[in-house]
Design a protein around this ligand. Structure first.
Ligand code: DLL
Length: 435
């Protein structure tokens, strides 16, 4: 781990020097090997041989998910397929899947990046890491797996699903680090408690490295309490590698970008202008040393900001703030922009309400209607009609005060909302003319 420690505390000007070298190589490599980039750079009048500073990269055109889809499956590969050792694909729930390729070198970097999460959790050879992100095509399973192995952990490749078996393995093999989506971790916690287990006594969990979907601070606090461990947020996406692009350290105060492998910009999503540190906008990523599928100025659609200043942990890699969600998930409720995770944060201030909810969008008299269905927490009395009505009114009022939005709240019976083993589906759009 010492090489990692050195790189993680490098003075920032030295990190920038690594980034500049990497960015220069990436744009040339893309221009010379990927037809899409040749055309797009030429059309934008961008000369890839003339980058002299990191700011110069702002002259390059963006790459979008649609560009990747239009070139499915191999159009973005910058090396011969004979050098590609593995591929992964995004879930494709919002359209055609996108494909990421990995050479031996890319796989090594991926393992190193996720291994930082283990290091941030003060972990290593004495840890037992249980990976219950899906392994099939999704980047979560193998990304976390390579990280566990690189960090020296005993790594258990569970993949997602079969929750009671996950719990048995966790208990019998003494899992200390859990890796899965936060919603699946919550499902594991609730199932273990319903099985009569006491996570404090029955498990040896210390840390969870959870990501792939947005989750609020209050959701996290509830999960930490239920499983008696500390939750670190991990971010990543198929198009740039998978999990490990940025991970939270023990301070839980933003996610350190792996800046020696990725160059991040925050842009105004409407104008494309680069925004200064501290301002919220869309995260744009350029890979620095990716071989198989490098990307230049990839628009992630994820909304975050660079947290100004240094982290108390002493590591020098800049941090992004926890994500509210993707621009595509943002709800516009009567003109107010709201992310489901912000609704979740307000909802989770009420102990009678569980972490299971869906937001339904419908059309009533030509207007959008937003209904939040939230389950009652187990152990509270669902048959008490007056209590249900009180909770509904209280949450509606809290949402109005906190987010200035009008949401109809329906408290529903425990276990009535479908559980997910991967990313939870929080929004159901039934509006007329949509989908
Ligand atoms: O979700 C990679 C991943 C796996 C990350 C395991 C973390 C853990 P995709 O399926 O391509 O890849 O989806 C990428 O998921 O653009 C975000 O919108 C969202 N996302 C990922 N991590 C977080 C996070 C994986 N920590 C998309 N918080 C991204 C909020 C996240 N959203």
């Amino acid at each position: 781990m010492s090489r990692q420690q050195d790189i993680l505390t490098l003075p920032h000007d030295q990190i920038e020097a690594i980034q500049l070298e990497g960015v220069k190589k990436t744009v040339i490599k893309c221009y010379e090997n990927v037809e899409f980039y040749k055309k797009s750079f030429d059309a934008a009048g961008f000369n890839p041989y003339e980058i002299e500073s990191l700011e110069d990269l702002a002259k390059a055109p963006f790459t979008t998910k649609q560009d990747l889809r239009d070139n499915y499956p191999y159009g973005f590969f910058a090396v011969p397929l004979s050098e590609v050792k593995e591929i992964h694909m995004s879930s494709g729930t919002t359209g055609i899947a996108t494909v990421g390729g990995y050479t031996d070198h890319d796989l090594e970097i991926w393992g190193d990046c996720f291994a930082r999460g283990v290091e941030f959790a003060n972990g290593g050879a004495d840890d037992v890491m249980q990976v219950c992100y899906g392994y099939g095509l999704f980047t979560g399973g193998l990304g976390a797996h390579y990280g566990g192995v690189a960090a020296g952990c005993m790594t258990i490749p569970m993949s997602a699903g079969n929750t009671e078996r996950q719990i048995r393995v966790m208990r019998e093999l003494g899992t200390t680090i859990l890796c899965c989506t936060p919603s699946y971790a919550m499902h594991i916690a609730d199932t273990a408690i319903a099985m009569g287990l006491d996570p404090k006594k029955d498990f040896k969990l210390r840390a969870g490295i959870h990501g792939a979907e947005a989750f609020s601070d209050n959701f996290r606090a509830d999960l930490e309490k239920k499983l008696d461990f500390k939750v670190l947020d991990v971010y990543g996406l198929t198009e740039t590698m998978g999990p490990g692009v940025a991970i939270e350290c023990w301070e839980q105060n933003g996610l350190h970008l792996a800046e020696d492998h990725f160059f991040a910009e925050i842009i105004d999503p409407d104008t494309g202008e680069v925004l200064p540190d501290g301002e919220w906008g869309e995260l744009v990523i350029t890979t620095i040393d990716r071989e198989a599928t490098p990307v230049v100025r990839y628009r992630t659609r994820d909304i975050t900001r660079i947290i100004p200043g240094e982290c108390a942990c002493g590591r020098t890699h800049r941090r992004i703030d926890r994500l509210h969600g993707r621009t595509d998930d943002m709800l516009i409720i009567r003109g107010v922009n709201v992310f489901p995770s912000q609704i979740e944060d307000v909802m989770k201030t009420m102990p009678e309400l569980s972490s299971w909810y869906v937001i339904e969008l419908t059309t009533v008299a030509h207007l959008d209607r937003v209904t939040l269905k939230v389950e009652m927490e187990q152990g509270f009395d669902f048959d008490e009609i007056r209590q249900i009505e009180r909770l509904q009114k209280e949450l509606e009022a809290k949402l109005k005060t906190a987010l200035s939005v009008g949401v109809k709240v329906k408290v529903v019976e425990p276990k009535s909302i479908p559980r997910s083993e991967g990313k939870a589906k929080r929004v159901i759009d039934l509006r007329e003319g949509v989908n």
